[in-house]
Design a protein. Structure first.
Length: 555
């Protein structure tokens, strides 16, 4: 007998035998619900037999038989009543546990989000995607009709979503395209590093979503609750259903602030900040200006994260300010990196190490931030040794710049599109989903092994646009993405190490070495980031103008 806990008060299991009941009681369960009709299989003990044995073991028992694949709204309502009256914790069972889990999911639909319910079931080994619409509809059976249908639907109105919509329209203006995006504001996130250094004002990195969605593209202002690729449909919050012919998935990733104990409660206070959030980047600059001495700790979580260079960009620019203002001798900067190297592409490490030495930065590799006590200004790390051993390290701080762990959005992780790690499972070259040929992915939520940067999305958008049109019979050749990513490493105010690379860390400079040597700090590279890249983002990438981003075509 194997039980699967969905909450602290409720679990499910497959068929119970009489001999299982002493174990069930010993595990602390106080009640049973049988959801399997008697006589479904010849080896199945009847409800009366189970009841007699359960009562001998002090267990309350109820019978709510459900036919396989036919859970009714009335049965879900009755199940809710049973859960309310029975002593906790409760164990419900059927043949495999699926019917019991379905009943629980429908009763929880008004109290929990759809991704949370699907995630709990998935971790219990139960797939409830077939009832996603019912869960989204508050547990009641909805219509099977789509509320609206579009030729191409794009999930996400971030850099990747707007760029791919514009690239599609640049190639075929008559396309019927919709973008599903709940946010009112679109952010130029690469600019937040410079906000945290006092170079940009935060408001220059924000524009209204309405001003950026391309003309002629339908904006569905809602959040995705579930994806039904077998039905070519999305379920939105409130159980609105959107059908599609081609789907493009680019919702970005989720910053898991709650993945570090105590962090959410102290962000923006007690010297704890992060350039990974719009409002906090301004607080970073405030803290940098105000720090006159003490421990300045910069963290980097396990990969993958968006813009892997951003954690140390904040560190270098902060140290540069302290050095220029004569405060660095009284400040102890530390870089606590969950990884084992300073930067993933070795060619750029020598230039970065010169700045590590220049600023006197202490490098602490294989250290993962797990908890923050803001009031006491203490950070707790787990240090992993070469032999796999783990040691707790507690560090006092006066300034703490945190980069949170990052995961795929909840609705992606529990969808049929996800790989084992929860990311959208696409071919790294074509960006087509490996299982569903009318689905493409780009941006931070995919499992491609490139750096998760806006520069990568700029290169991916034309590839996806071309290949979607190929699927629609409007192109003949296949476009391929080579893994290009770019990370302008701001090593001091006025100089950048411009890292550019393909899959496998192969260097891919965009400029001749005499103009910008990417392996050396460059004033021209700084001007590129400060003066050229922002307008390139707003006026080229998001407008479908593919300067230096045309896709490579096969054959």
């Amino acid at each position: 007998m194997e039980t699967h806990k969905l909450t602290d008060e409720f679990s499910v299991s497959g068929q119970l035998l009489i001999t299982d009941l002493p174990t069930v009681a010993a595990q602390g369960y106080r009640s049973l619900i049988c959801n399997r009709p008697d006589g479904e299989a010849p080896d199945q003990p009847g409800y009366e037999e189970i009841t007699a044995a359960a009562e001998k073991n002090g267990l309350a028992v109820r019978y709510l038989p459900v036919l396989s694949g036919k859970v009714t709204d009335e049965q879900a309502l009755a199940f809710r009543g049973l859960l309310a009256e029975l002593p906790k914790p409760v164990l419900a069972y059927c043949r495999s546990g699926t019917r019991s889990a379905t009943l629980w999911a429908l009763t929880e639909a008004s109290r929990r989000s759809l991704p949370d319910i699907l995630d709990r079931a998935q971790r219990a080994g139960i797939n409830l995607s077939g009832v996603a619409r019912r869960i989204s509809n508050g547990g009641k059976t909805p219509t099977d009709r789509n509320d609206v249908h579009h030729q191409i639907v794009i999930i996400g109105g971030g850099a990747a979503g707007i760029a791919v919509a514009s690239s599609l329209l640049a190639r075929a203006p008559a396309l019927d395209i919709a973008i599903v995006e709940p946010a009112d504001v679109h952010y130029y996130q690469p600019g937040w590093t410079l906000v945290g250094a006092g170079v940009f004002k935060a408001q220059t990195t924000a524009r209204t979503m309405a001003s950026l969605i391309p003309r002629g593209v339908h904006w569905i202002k809602s959040a995705v609750a579930a994806i039904e690729p077998e039905r070519n449909a999305l379920v939105l919050d409130g159980c609105r259903v959107v059908g599609y012919d081609q789907l493009i998935v680019c919702p970005g990733l989720k910053l898991n602030w709650d993945g570090i104990e105590g962090l959410s409660e102290t962000l923006g206070r007690n010297g704890v900040t992060s350039n990974y959030r719009y409002d906090l980047a301004q607080y970073t600059w405030q803290l940098v200006q105000g720090l006159k001495g003490g421990n300045a700790v910069f963290t980097q979580p396990p990969m993958p994260i968006k813009c892997a260079g951003a954690p140390q960009k904040a560190m270098y620019l902060s140290c540069d300010h302290w050095q220029r203002n004569g405060q660095l001798p009284w400040i102890k900067p530390q870089f606590c990196n969950a990884g084992g190297v300073l930067f993933g592409v070795p060619a750029y490490v020598p230039a970065l190490m010169k700045y590590v030495e220049r600023y006197g930065i202490q490098l602490n590799f294989n250290q993962t931030l797990t908890a923050v006590d803001g009031a006491k200004q203490r950070a707790t790390f787990i240090r992993t040794g070469a032999d796999g051993s783990r040691q707790t390290v507690v560090q006092d701080f006066d300034f703490l710049h945190v980069v949170p762990p990052q995961i795929a959005p909840d609705f992606i992780r529990v969808s049929p599109l996800a790989d084992a790690a929860g990311w959208v499972d696409v071919d790294p070259a074509t960006l087509q989903h490996k299982k569903f040929p009318n689905i493409y992915g780009l941006g931070d939520a995919t499992n491609t092994p490139n750096a998760k940067t806006a520069a990568a999305a700029r290169k991916q958008a034309p590839v996806v646009a071309h290949n979607v049109l190929l699927n629609l019979g409007q192109r003949r050749s296949l476009a391929k993405y080579d893994g290009y990513g770019s990370c302008p490493l701001t090593v001091e105010r006025g100089k950048i190490v411009l890292a550019e690379f393909l899959y496998g860390g192969k260097l891919a400079p965009s400029f001749p070495r005499w103009l910008i040597d990417g392996q050396q700090p460059s004033r021209l590279a700084w001007l590129l980031k400060e003066r050229i890249l922002p307008p390139l983002y707003w006026q080229a990438m998001l407008k479908g103008r593919e300067w230096m981003a045309q896709p490579e075509l096969a054959g």
